[in-house]
Design a protein around this ligand. Structure first.
Ligand SMILES: *[C@@H]1O[C@H](CO)[C@@H](O)[C@H](O)[C@H]1NC(C)=O
Ligand SMILES: *[C@@H]1O[C@H](CO)[C@@H](O)[C@H](O)[C@H]1NC(C)=O
Ligand SMILES: *[C@@H]1O[C@H](CO)[C@@H](O)[C@H](O)[C@H]1NC(C)=O
Ligand SMILES: *[C@@H]1O[C@H](CO)[C@@H](O)[C@H](O)[C@H]1NC(C)=O
Length: 191
């Protein structure tokens, strides 16, 4: 019996595992790059860099095997972001006792549209999983609208008020545009 056999066979096994994980990582990264390239080409509002960075910040996307899986991940990334923004608005309203009345009114409106979005996500994910892509498209579009409605509220004052939510609204806008763009690719491949 060859005493080195168990060692070399376990080494071989380890190397195989390493190779396979690298291979699937490479596949997922190519899928992300290709998808983000397609998204930014079809929707000028989507930045390729932002798209890749948002997927790379989520470990689940490293295991995505196809566009369908990546689409669900993008909806969940967006939901996580919106949920966090919702909590942030609540914080601003509760902690700041010296809020300007106009800002407070705007924040109240933002809170309303964003909390509605949270229940919209539940329906959007249900539609997505049931492959009702067009229904999901409508719901994600309303989430994009939430971000612009919120931001536009601050612009209604004549000399303009400074929105404390500009970055967050922009993030929500882009993240939901990415999810929407993936849904539209799936709709196009359905027909
Ligand atoms: C991106 O677009 C190209 C060309 O239209 C297409 O061949 C490819 O399958 C698309 N990739 C994804 C991930 O949608
Ligand atoms: C890009 O954003 C603008 C402003 O919100 C919007 O009117 C337009 O429809 C968007 N473009 C696409 C392709 O979605
Ligand atoms: C929301 O998305 C932006 C852009 O990807 C990111 O910088 C930010 O950390 C996200 N916030 C949360 C709570 O996920
Ligand atoms: C509270 O709101 C006011 C104006 O609405 C702003 O100037 C101030 O920086 C805020 N304070 C904190 C702690 O966020």
């Amino acid at each position: 019996m060859n005493p080195s056999f168990p060692f070399s066979s376990s080494l071989f096994f380890t190397l195989t595992i390493i190779f396979c994980s690298l291979h699937s990582l490479g596949f997922a990264n190519r899928l992300i790059q290709q998808t983000c390239k397609n998204c930014s080409k079809t929707d000028p509002n989507i930045s390729y860099k932002f798209c890749v960075a948002s997927f790379e910040s989520n470990h689940r996307s490293q295991h995505a095997k196809n566009l369908e899986e990546l689409g669900l991940i993008s909806i969940k990334i967006t939901r996580h972001n919106v949920t966090d923004t919702n909590a942030h608005i609540n914080d601003l309203l509760e902690k700041n006792k010296s809020l300007d009345p106009f800002i407070k009114e705007c924040l109240d409106d933002c809170l309303e549209v964003y909390s509605d979005s949270i229940s919209t996500f539940r329906e959007a994910i249900r539609d997505y999983k049931a492959k009702r892509h067009s229904d999901c498209n409508v719901k994600l579009s309303s989430i994009i609208d939430a971000s612009t409605t919120c931001e536009d509220g601050f612009k209604q004052k004549n000399n303009g008020a400074i929105s404390p939510l500009t970055k967050r609204n922009k993030d929500t806008f882009q993240l939901s545009a990415i999810a929407l763009s993936i849904i539209n690719m799936l709709i196009n491949s359905d027909v």
